[in-house]
Design a protein around this ligand. Structure first.
Ligand SMILES: [Fe+2]
Length: 235
């Protein structure tokens, strides 16, 4: 189990490094993909800008891209600090994740995307920078414009899925029907991935086999996540 701000670093078979950390009182999980040769660092939902800056600096790196699963306040907590430190960052999110209205600001944080994805619900697009190559899937339900991000041995679920459970749909902008479709799509995608890939949830909330793990292998998630195990893919 990662301590607050501790990093797990591994290298995928194609040379891209995958960094995973856990930060803050809600145990937000952050994943980053690092292409050292090209000096590229793409971070999903960075929580603590200061901690990320310090760790990357130790390795002679700095962030180049932020990728947002959605713009709930906790997931976007690091946005202002990141922009202050690295104003040249490219900031990516789904077009529909732009903050909708004043009421929503209780729940959402304004993130100024420099670039957006605009695929329909349940559709995927490819995103790449140097050797980093990811699939972005529009998975609304928990929040408008929510996406999941997978590649290099990791499926970063954001708040669509946790280790054993799934994200809530009762916040402003939540949509239970869309969530059900997104979960069905997630099951399709996860079923197509190697069982040993890691599903990294948006938060470390759930227990599994007597521990509260930072991630779960995809094969275990398909069997033991309540929603993935029980939802039916329509024929
Ligand atoms: Fe969320």
């Amino acid at each position: 189990m990662l301590a607050d701000g501790e990093f797990h670093i591994s290298e995928w078979e194609d040379g891209v490094e995958v960094w995973v950390t856990q930060m803050g009182p809600l145990m937000n999980m952050n994943t980053a993909f690092v292409d050292r040769g090209n000096g590229l660092v793409a971070i999903i939902d960075p929580y603590d800008a200061e901690a990320w800056e310090a760790k990357l600096k130790q390795e002679g790196l700095k962030p180049t891209h932020l990728l947002y699963t959605h713009t709930h306040r906790d997931h976007a907590a690091g946005f202002p600090g990141m922009m202050k430190r690295f104003p040249e960052l490219e900031v990516w999110g789904h077009e529909e994740a732009k903050v909708p209205n004043l009421l929503g600001n209780v729940v959402f944080r304004k993130v100024d995307f420099t670039n957006t994805w605009n695929c329909a619900a349940d559709e995927s697009v490819n995103w790449s920078a140097g050797s980093i190559s990811l699939s972005i899937t529009h998975s609304p339900g928990h929040a408008p414009g929510h996406v999941t991000i997978h590649g290099h041995g990791v499926y970063h679920a954001g708040d669509l899925l946790f280790v054993r459970s799934a994200g809530r749909v009762d916040l402003p902008g939540g949509d239970p029907k869309a969530q059900q479709r997104s979960l069905i799509k997630a099951k399709e995608i996860l079923s197509s991935l190697p069982a040993e890939w890691r599903l990294v949830p948006g938060h470390r909330y759930d227990d599994f086999k007597g521990k509260v793990p930072d991630w779960i292998e995809v094969g275990d998630a398909l069997k033991h996540n309540y929603f993935l195990a029980n939802i039916t893919i329509p024929r």
